[in-house]
Structures are given as structure tokens and as C-alpha cells.
Design a protein around this ligand. Structure first.
Ligand code: DCP
Ligand code: MG
Length: 365
């Protein structure tokens, strides 16, 4: 078989401890200290948006409750987020990217894919461009970014995370095959911890194990995304860098290895999915007016239920309770369920007055 020919040069850039680093930069008294952005010390709840690397040494992470953060590190400093500042820094980072390419696909305020196959300055080397971008971010903005450089989006994104913080990782064409074979299953998209454990129980530990499966076997393991994984483990990811992609919805879903039949287990899974959606909304700095629940039954029948709100929402509690109410409206107990998903949409203009009358009513279809 002919070796895959790689024709693109992709960079994935992700700022290090983004909100926290901006706060440490702007308030020198926090430099080198364990700080978190978001949450509060008074035990009134609230979750941590991000933690400085000094705070991560104590085990503090994004989306952790303030209470636990305080238990892990009693001298932790809580800082109120300044979203307008982060947005401004984000614009400056994008301006730096645009010196090299117009093919920029932001994934959140602090993260983007760049296609530098044909860079504006004719530099030609993606690794060199990544170096210059990191230098510019450090020199002009006094912040650090980590970058992954490779031939496709999938590998570039994983690479950018490998040497964080302040890292640069290059996985060139000759290294892709081995890289994918060595990659642990939990690094593949959508493979949560629970599923990763179940896969390991079946002897699937890393890319090399997945590679042994036929396309049909992949499909039965993963459902439809199996096709994507089948190609990915072979280093094939043709997804383009999409510069002007408008975010229309933000969501997460999970296909279960075994059908769920009891409402308690469905609720538990829904809780996890709600947390993921909440996380993604935070990263994209988005609030949505419509929440949609998707259910796929064991016979592959798919239904959706949605609910609209007067004001856009993105708080975890509303996402969790609304998703559960929608689930209850389907009389789920005893119905073998393969997949659950939650998404938020309708980020645009406020709803017209007429529609507002029906707010907060369940719309069934
Ligand atoms: N964010 C948030 N809530 C989350 C996750 C992230 O509000 N659950 C915000 C704060 C982060 C920013 O998004 O600073 C970027 O998210 P990242 O996942 O890239 O995390 P960081 O940049 O903070 O750290 P890392 O160095 O791991 O990229
Ligand atoms: Mg980041």
C-alpha cells in the first residue's frame, strides 16, 4: 500500500492557563502564585474557570468547585474574571496569526487552528511559523502559548497539548504512523474515561489496537464516529481549517457501550454530558436560548426534545435540570437508550416579542 501523502501544514495554538496568565501579567503581585479565575472563597459555590500552573500543582483544575479548590490549597487566591480583557487579548492573538495566514479557525478565545500550507510571507516551514507566532505572543503580549505542528487538525491539536505550558511539538509526516499507533485510546475524540476503561477491558489500549479492527468492527464499537476513528488511526484527517465558521450550536453527546434502561443511569450520564456542554459554552463565551436533548434508542430511532428560555443561559444547573426534565417528558424508564446528547443553540439576536409568550414551554416534536 502506498504511504499516505500529506499535503497540508496545520498549526494548533492554545494559550497557557489563559485567563489566569492574563491576570498574572496584569497584576504582578499574582505572578508565580497559585491563583484561580472564577469561583469564590466564601463557599457560595461557583466553579473555577481556570487555574494558574502554580495552582495546578495542588490538583486544582477548570470546572472544579471553589470549595474543593480551597481544600486542596488553602492559600489559593480567587480572582474575578474580566471577560472583556480576555476578549481583547484574543483579538490581538488573532491579529498575530493573520500575519501568516487567513485560514484561521478559532475554537475558543484562546485556541485556534491555522492552515499555513501557503503562508502569506512565503516562509514555507510550519515549524518556523509556529516559532515566530509564539515569539510574537511572548514579546508583544507577555503571554505564553503552546503549539502543535503537523499535517492535520487531529494530530496538531494533540501535539499542542503534549508539552504544555510554553511548548512546541512537531509531528512530521514520517512520525505520524508511529504517533497514532502509540496514542492511548482516551486521546481519541469522544472517548470518555468510562468508555476508555471498557475499551481497555476489551484489549483496546492504543491506536495500534484500534488499527487491527475492520471498518465494520469500528462502527459497531463507536457507532457512526467509528468511520472517523478508522481513518484517524491511519493518519487520515481531511477536515479543512474553516475560517469563518459561525458557531450555531454547542453540545456534547455520548454513545454508550451498553444500552441504558434505568432512569438513574440515564440521569448520571446526562449529568456528565451537561458538564461537558457547560465547559464548552464557557470556553466559547456563549449563552444559548434553546436547549435540545437528543436520544437515540437501541433500534437507532432518534428523537429530540427542546426548550427555549426568555434569556440566554449557560449555567450548569439550568442545563442539567432542563435536560433531565426533557428526558422525563419522554417517559424513559425501561426504554433501551444508546445515546444521549445535549446542545445549546440560538445564540443570535433576542427572540421576537411574539415568541416570548411561549417561553419556557416544552415544545414537543
Ligand atoms: N474555561 C472556562 N471553563 C472551563 C474551561 C475553560 O471558563 N471549564 C476558560 C478559562 C480558560 C480558557 O477558557 O483560561 C481556555 O481554556 P483551556 O482549556 O485552553 O485552559 P487554559 O488555557 O486555562 O489552560 P491550558 O494551559 O491547559 O490550555
Ligand atoms: Mg489554553
Amino acid at each position: 500500500m502506498a504511504a499516505t501523502e500529506y499535503t497540508r501544514k496545520i498549526i494548533h495554538i492554545d494559550m497557557d492557563a489563559f485567563y489566569a496568565s492574563v491576570e498574572q501579567r496584569d497584576n504582578p503581585e499574582y505572578a508565580g502564585k497559585a491563583i484561580v479565575v472564577g469561583g469564590s472563597p466564601e463557599g457560595r459555590g461557583g466553579v473555577v474557570a481556570t487555574a494558574s500552573y502554580e495552582a495546578r500543582k495542588f490538583g486544582i483544575r477548570s470546572a472544579m468547585s471553589s470549595k474543593i479548590a480551597l481544600q486542596l490549597c488553602p492559600h489559593i487566591i480567587f480572582i474575578r474574571p474580566r471577560f472583556a480583557v480576555y476578549k481583547e487579548v484574543s483579538n490581538k492573538i488573532r491579529e498575530i496569526f493573520s500575519r501568516y495566514t487567513d485560514l484561521i479557525e478559532p475554537l475558543s478565545l484562546d485556541e485556534a487552528y491555522l492552515d499555513v500550507t501557503h503562508d502569506k510571507q512565503g516562509i514555507g516551514s510550519a515549524l518556523e511559523i509556529a516559532k515566530r507566532i509564539r515569539q510574537a505572543i511572548s514579546g508583544e503580549l507577555q503571554l505564553t502559548a503552546s503549539a502543535g505542528v503537523s499535517v492535520n487538525k487531529f494530530v496538531a491539536k494533540i501535539a499542542s497539548d503534549m508539552n504544555k505550558p510554553n511548548g512546541l511539538t512537531f509531528i512530521g509526516p514520517s512520525a505520524i504512523e508511529k504517533f497514532m499507533e502509540e496514542l492511548p485510546v482516551e486521546k481519541f475524540f469522544g472517548v470518555g474515561k468510562v468508555r476508555a476503561e471498557k475499551m481497555k477491558a476489551k484489549g483496546l489500549h492504543k491506536g495500534a489496537d484500534l488499527k487491527k479492527l475492520s471498518l465494520d468492527e469500528m462502527l459497531s464499537h463507536f457507532g457512526k464516529p467509528g468511520q472517523f476513528y478508522y481513518h484517524i488511526v491511519r493518519g487520515i484527517d481531511d477536515r479543512q481549517v474553516q475560517p469563518h465558521r459561525e458557531t450555531k450550536s454547542v453540545g456534547a453527546e455520548d454513545t454508550f457501550l451498553y444500552d441504558l434502561v434505568h432512569i438513574e443511569e440515564m440521569n448520571a450520564e446526562l449529568d456528565k454530558i451537561a458538564k461537558l456542554v457547560h465547559d464548552r459554552l464557557q470556553r466559547h463565551d456563549l449563552k444559548g436560548r434553546t436547549l435540545t436533548l437528543k436520544i437515540k434508542y437501541s433500534d437507532f430511532r432518534v428523537i429530540t426534545r427542546n426548550r427555549s428560555f426568555a434569556n440566554p443561559i449557560n449555567d450548569l444547573e439550568t442545563i442539567e435540570t432542563s435536560a433531565m426534565q426533557l428526558l422525563l417528558s419522554t417517559d424513559p424508564e425501561g426504554k433501551p437508550t444508546r445515546l444521549l446528547g445535549i446542545s445549546l443553540s440560538n445564540f443570535g439576536e433576542p427572540m421576537p416579542k411574539k415568541a416570548k409568550k411561549q417561553d419556557d414551554q416544552l415544545s414537543l416534536f
